[in-house]
Design a protein around this ligand. Structure first.
Ligand SMILES: [Mg+2]
Length: 169
């Protein structure tokens, strides 16, 4: 039996779900974007998978560890009432001071690796999926993965999602 395919909503993390205050790793420093929780709940209700795809070169730069990223994502997931189906992050950077993370990888956006991995791991309908990001690199990654890219320019994330779901086919 093949699982039911459905679309996915991919979200960048910093600057979309939480304020981009530069290499956040401590839950105490996390500030939610207005409407973030409501936006994720809304896309879930609409039948979408919810994924977070985030560049975390702070790992490769030695600012924090992979365990810290995992712990922060677990904290976010609790706050969000388990609204996220999967978190993916890229710890690499081509010039990372920490040698094991120094590489030109396929996952650091604008490369589409994280999105492609999720498309392979879940029964996603690519054609009706979208990614919300605040930077050109997010939109380039979406385009490279064949997913619609939507820019979040601030304000309420839920207002953007409400509009998006109302106006798309
Ligand atoms: Mg961002």
């Amino acid at each position: 039996m093949s699982p039911t395919r459905r679309p996915a909503a991919f979200f960048d993390r910093d600057g979309v779900l939480v304020e981009d205050s530069g290499y956040v790793s401590d839950p105490a420093d996390l500030v939610w974007i207005p409407g973030a929780g409501e936006a994720l709940a809304r896309v879930r209700r609409a039948g979408f998978f919810v994924f977070v795809v985030t560049n975390q070169s702070g790992v490769g730069r030695g600012y924090y560890r992979e365990e810290d990223v995992d712990a922060l994502h677990a904290f976010m997931q609790r706050e969000l009432g388990d609204a996220v189906d999967a978190f993916r992050y890229c710890p690499h950077h081509p010039e990372a001071p920490v040698a094991r993370y120094r590489r030109r990888c396929r996952c650091r956006k604008p490369a589409p690796g994280m999105i492609e991995d999720l498309l392979a791991a879940f029964p996603v309908t690519r054609a009706t999926s979208f990614l919300v990001g605040d930077r050109d690199t997010d939109l380039e990654a979406a385009r490279a993965a064949g997913v619609e890219g939507v820019r979040f320019a601030g304000g309420s994330l839920d207002a953007l999602i409400e509009e998006l779901l109302r106006t798309r086919p």
